[in-house]
Design a protein around this ligand. Structure first.
Ligand code: ADP
Ligand code: MG
Length: 345
């Protein structure tokens, strides 16, 4: 008699586990859906959330839309309109290319898509589960050009994952935080975000310039303290940054908005370097607001190291960090000198 205990997992289980590695919190869903909306050339992106995104996340855009036929397979794994050949990977300028986000989300929630392209006379709507369309076919309905994605009952089938979530309030704060960062960087797009049962927007931007967007999203204390380092090109990269001067300090934590080739990323080395440099200028318990946008040649960058694409690696990273920190430090020192001079006079 055989006693084999190793068994092949059902694909549906494998997919659910894999989805849980990309989608850990409601804000990850929001990030993916906003990126899709931006890839589709939207100029308006509206987000509505219920119970911190656990009950509902709805993102509506006015972008290119999804064709009726594409709606049938939109939530299948590895279906994408953005990457066609391996060669294309080197030149990806869209956020997405794996065709994994909608599939992953549909493995851990109930998804609906409603979309209208400009060449269609009406919108089409369909529901999805586990990567498959569950409606018979996308059915026609009224709707404007663009896409509405609804994500309901996140992690309804992964109770363990649900338990690791924070309170709805904290999850909602995280969603707002993610949206704010994108809304600053993509300041020509109008963003709104609100809770389903509320009439007030927690985010509402109106397509301003970068500085105006920072004012709308982070308030006047940050805004009035901003120092600007205009687009600077060095051997390793090209960057632009807004930082708060030493008169500003946030008691909670450093706010680092870091974009590499327009992708919001985390970089611990960069954060450390900036915090260390600021510690010479502001009290220890205070923290700066720092926005940095870096462009590196596509051939120098690898965004493919993790499915969340939250971390990127690029060539001469240390040198880039060093250059940017030094430039910021020069600005802070100059500000300090200028302020000392005006105080003396
Ligand atoms: P990826 O973005 O990596 O291609 P996704 O799973 O996020 O994969 O999306 C799958 C496909 O669905 C996209 O390639 C795109 O064609 C389409 N899509 C998704 N969201 C939108 C949207 N908001 N507007 C237009 N098309 C969309
Ligand atoms: Mg995508």
């Amino acid at each position: 008699m055989s006693h084999s205990t190793i068994k092949l997992l059902e694909p549906i289980v494998v997919n659910r586990i894999a989805a849980g590695e990309v989608i850990i919190r409601p804000s990850h869903v929001v990030k993916e859906l906003i990126e899709n909306a931006m890839d589709a050339n939207s100029s308006q992106i509206d987000c509505v959330v219920k119970e911190g995104g656990i009950k509902l996340i709805q993102i509506k855009d006015n972008g290119d839309g999804i064709h009726q036929n594409d709606l049938i397979i939109a939530c299948k794994s590895h279906t994408t309109s953005k990457l066609h050949e391996l060669e294309d990977l080197k030149n990806m300028t869209t956020y997405g290319f794996r065709g994994e986000a909608l599939a992953s989300i549909s493995h851990v929630s109930h998804v609906t898509l409603q979309s209208k392209t400009s060449d269609s006379i009406c919108a089409y709507r369909a529901a999805y589960n586990n990567g498959q369309i569950t409606s018979k076919a996308p059915h026609p309905c009224a709707g404007n050009k663009g896409t509405v994605v609804g994500v309901e009952d996140l992690f309804y089938n992964v109770p363990l994952k649900r338990k690791t979530l924070r309170t709805p309030r904290e999850e909602y704060e995280q969603i707002v935080s993610v949206m704010r960062e994108y809304a600053v960087h993509h300041h020509s797009i109008s963003f709104t975000c609100k809770k389903l049962d509320s009439n007030t927007f927690d985010i509402k931007t109106t397509g301003k310039d970068l500085k105006g967007a920072i004012l709308q999203l982070y308030g006047s204390f940050v805004f009035t303290s901003l120092l600007f380092i205009p687009k600077t090109t060095t051997e390793a990269c090209c960057f632009e940054t807004f930082v708060t001067n030493p008169s500003y300090g946030d008691a909670k934590s450093t706010k680092l908005l870091l974009f590499v080739n327009h992708r919001a990323v985390e970089n611990r080395a960069m954060k450390k370097s900036i915090e260390k440099m600021y510690s010479q200028y502001i009290p220890q318990n205070m923290h700066p607001f720092v926005y940095i946008s870096i462009d590196v040649p596509l051939r120098n960058i690898d965004v493919n190291i993790h499915p969340t694409k939250k971390h990127v690696s690029f060539l001469s990273q240390d040198k880039v960090i060093d250059t940017i920190s030094t430039m910021i430090e020069e600005e802070l020192a100059k500000w300090k000198d200028d302020t000392a001079k005006t105080t003396v006079n």
